[in-house]
Design a protein around this ligand. Sequence first.
Ligand code: G3I
Length: 362
Amino acid sequence: MAGPSRRDFVVGAGAAALAPTGASAAQTLGEQAARSGLLFGAAIDNVPGLDPAMARLFARETRILVTENALKFDYLRPSAERFEFAGADAIAAFAAANGQQLRGHTLVWNDNAPDWLKRRPRREVERIFDEHLDRVAERYAGRLHSWDVVNEPFWPMQGKPGGFRDGPWFAAMGPSYISRAFRRVAAIDKTAKLTLNEAFCETNHEWGRGIRPRFRDLVSRLQDEGVPLHAVGFQSHLLPHWPYDDADFAAYVAEFGARGLEVYITELDVNDEVYPASIPERDRLVARRYTDFLTAVLAVPAVKIVMTWQLSDRASWWRDVHRRAGRPDARLPRPLPFDDMLRPKAAYEAMGAALGSAPLRR
Ligand code: G3I
């Protein structure tokens, strides 16, 4: 058998650089979470384009993955005639090869609809809606831990009736698109936990205060109507410069547990734009934000999963936001547990400690 190649040594060296500082190499985030009966994972994208060190990082640190973009309508449907499953299939294969579970994000979202859909008449949109759900749910039936069946049902800032998020699905079917989606997917996939995913609920900002009661009432209505809803997801893109009260949010989260629902922290990261320019100070404050938020929310037994939105700063969506806003590269966002060189940061230690010391889930 041939000895290790130069590439193995290079990757090996990379892997060695990945060994977390402080905690022993055995205490990955996935293992820390497992000690408390939690699943830790992260969003992943473009698996074929991952460098080997990044692929190793996901394989080592996460027990569950979520498709950052590959299962969104605009990704899957470059045209009315085409379904583009390659990206999602590559992620599913990566998860299977690494013994990881997989969340699908997201079957129905009123944002980011492709232009060809926006031009279709209402009756056509309903047919496309049903066809999309059937085709995608059938392809991955039995293979997913859970689906974000509907993402961001509310966006009161648009002023639509009931504060619902506007878009092609809402315009064609009103709020009924939500229960229609859950019922249709449940008829096809008997094992995925069907999840309603929402943004901003973790803030006390007027957007969060506007969405939380509406989201609670929607969940209550769906349950009263016997709609197959198994879990709720709270994105948790933490914004330290917006009002927040972690204890208040934990109490809100506990209400969904009391309704028999599982709760997932689905897109966790920390926006550090208001923190000082000093990287050590910024990293310390990001780590502190993770500690405070996770300590509060993991006290709620219904919280079963914590997922960050990517693992390394260099892949964070906040980098796109930062660059689109024309902000300086000297102040690139550092929202995640690993830096651009895939080295663990203070946030890594903070998250590991919070995950590992959380109350044991039954
Ligand atoms: O892959 C193409 C690339 O080929 C092309 O050259 C480039 C040109 O702009 O676009 C690339 O696709 C972009 C993709 O991110 C990958 O970088 C899309 O334009 C861009 O719209 C897409 O943004 C994603 C965004 O959702 C919209 O779908 C972000 O990656 C993703 O992190 C973000 O995630 C959302 C969640 O789904 C819902 N919650 C909020 C969260 C953050 O916005």
